[in-house]
Design a protein. Structure first.
Length: 74
């Protein structure tokens, strides 16, 4: 029962992780340029920093569920 819930969370986290990584800006553009933000030396726009935080949290959830499934799989 708990494995089914963790598998569902794992699948959702993996899809969101793919989406959030693809939304990041490369060397010349991305989410910040799409909405009119310019590149700056302070690390980008607030939207880009929030996207960084969301991506890190999603990666942590993905890592935790991967660990859980490899440890508790029966």
């Amino acid at each position: 029962m708990i494995n089914a819930i963790v598998i569902t969370i794992h699948l959702i986290a993996s899809l969101f992780l793919i989406i959030f990584v693809l939304l990041h800006s490369g060397k010349g553009g991305g989410l910040s340029d799409m909405f009119g933000g310019g590149s700056s030396l302070s690390g980008g726009t607030s939207m880009e920093r929030n996207l960084d935080r969301i991506t890190v949290v999603t990666a942590i959830v993905f890592g935790f569920t991967t660990f859980w499934l490899s440890w508790k799989w029966t």
